[in-house]
Design a protein around this ligand. Sequence first.
Ligand SMILES: [Zn+2]
Length: 390
Amino acid sequence: VSQIPPHGPERRLLPRWAAPRAAEAAPEPVVVLSSREAADLALLGMGAYTPLTGFMDHDTYRGVLREMQAAPGVLWPIPITLAVHPVLADQLSPGTTARLALPSGRVLGRIRVQDRFRPNLLEECSAVYGTCDPSHPGVAATLRQPPVYIGGPVEVWDLGPVYDRYRHLCWWPAEARAVFETYGWETVAAFQTRNPMHRSHEFLAKCALMLTDGLFIHQVLGELKSDDLPADVRVRAVDALVRHYFPENRVVQAGYPIAMRYAGPREAVLHAIIRQNYGATHLIVGRDHAGVGRFYGPYDAQAIFRQLPKGSLAIQPLCFDEAFYCRRCDGMTVARTCPHDPAERDHISGTELRRRLRDGLPISPHISRPEVVAVLRAALGEPVTPPPAV
Ligand SMILES: [Zn+2]
């Protein structure tokens, strides 16, 4: 089968994986990574950030903020940066190398420093997040960083604790492409989730699966908001849904160690690029994709795809309205197709759904499949396993 090419001019995956080298004669400085930087390093290592080869230099960074381009004609929406303390930065002149490590001391790889610069963090926030309001979690994380960035190509030796813990789910882009090839899928819709799939998610996924050969359910395994469910539970709930309600051999589930930035529209474009690298031809973009609070309009993340230069992205967004069960329609539907009064809808908020799960209250099969609810209730009765130490 013919597959969609990876993103970028070279049209081939660029994993930055390398076997760890024996210790150098001269000790190298060590840069301690934040959890977001460590997740970015793992994605570089696997080739999910193709065509990037490392953390961005000043020119690339500026191009991404101002033009959404990592190089002329190469779409890239979000800077991939490495922040260091000024005292350490003094030792990292261009041409030097440094080890990249977790706070625990575990070394994940190395950077060859090409550039060292002071970013304008307010410009970065306003370009990426559309706001400098520190109550936005992405803005707060950006402004908390040390004030110097270093850029240069990386070698990745170790994909880190999230990968260790979820190795069975953390497919590399090349592995996902091999699976799609085995199934003979030419078109694949990717569905990103950090939730279990309820009826509304199932409906959108099935709408996509009417158009494509396969469905690629891709769980977020990195750092999440505190009220998100642990990945193991989400994966079991999705497995139960797929087993009972999807055709055999049309759906696969995997995960990836991305750290959510909650950058709304620009993050939706990043998710699309990553999925293209994984071999998906379509990305399901729902209401308020990668949004947080009230910082973005519900369909901003869909609108941005219509504004991109033609030909800058091979993967196609599949933009959907919010789905719900309508009693008059007697089925799942969306506002675009249902003419009935909102009072006819069976619809509850995520917060209300969590409350009902926790308190053992009934949940309508119009909201979530009983097999999914059973998995979630069983999990809520168990002690929650702590996330991996970073
Ligand atoms: Zn209706």
